[in-house]
Design a protein around this ligand. Sequence first.
Ligand code: C2E
Ligand code: MG
Ligand code: MG
Ligand code: MG
Length: 278
Amino acid sequence: EAKSAGRSSFCFYQQGMQERVLERVQLESDLRHALENEELVVYVQPQWDAQKRMIGAEGLLRWLHPERGMVSPGVFIPLAEESRLILPIGDWVLRQACRWLSKWHKEQQMAGFVLSVNVSAVQFAQEGFVQQVESILNEYQTPPSALQLELTESMLAHDQQDIISKMEALKALGLLISLDDFGTGYSSLSYLHRLPIDQLKIDQSFVANIEKGTKNASLAESIISLGHNLGMEVIAEGVETSAQFDWLKQQGCDLFQGFGLARPMTIEDLILLYRSAD
Ligand code: C2E
Ligand code: MG
Ligand code: MG
Ligand code: MG
């Protein structure tokens, strides 16, 4: 009795796994066509200073799948990384951002606005990544200081000298570098000060319940002073409430991003929102 129940639950588990594997394979094959079928869109989420002036935005990929509807980047970015499809996709995101920035620059609008683009560890590790960024900047005649690359702590785990050189070469192009999801990775503090980083981004997991004086509050406070001591700007992501905004502002946090201020939106909506504040 017990044995057969055990066996059937084993089969059930196997079957579930097989379905999941098939689903992944299907999704990955769909992703292969997503770019050419124009199913990918770069949404943008505004970033604000302490006076609630919009100073920039982060580009966030959206996949409008013909059957499944909106697929979350939390699902398809890992797939894109494993299949290395993140290379053409990441290239396209960077081009999209540079196209917008040069258009604004030519039309003399959105002055001083900074667009941040997420860079995957797979892209960053690629030989020739710096040259690729350089040629895209040149191709679209993008003002480099309006572009910020978001790197994550996880990509700092490899050969340190190599990473430092690569970041310095990127900085030499004139762009900005932000360290995303800060506090969730394993970067060594002794090495952080050797990296040419402009901005630390406090991970949203540390922002939750921050106003209640929890452990998160002391962690966020430490990250803000660490960043400032190293001469970096500090931005908090995942700001959902005005209590969180007020608390972070009080602690000296420079910039803010989160659903409580604005959700990710299309570039058209962002421009309207930006203009409505003039
Ligand atoms: P991330 O770079 O840390 O982006 C922040 C994520 O937090 C976004 O999720 C954003 O929509 C979400 N978020 C913003 N404000 C709030 C808030 O107040 N509350 C909550 N709960 N969430 C908030 P999204 O758009 O689903 O993206 C997830 C992740 O996918 C990103 O995390 C990033 O790692 C990756 N990703 C997105 N676009 C790209 C891309 O173009 N390239 C690469 N390599 N990765 C990307
Ligand atoms: Mg990011
Ligand atoms: Mg982040
Ligand atoms: Mg995050």
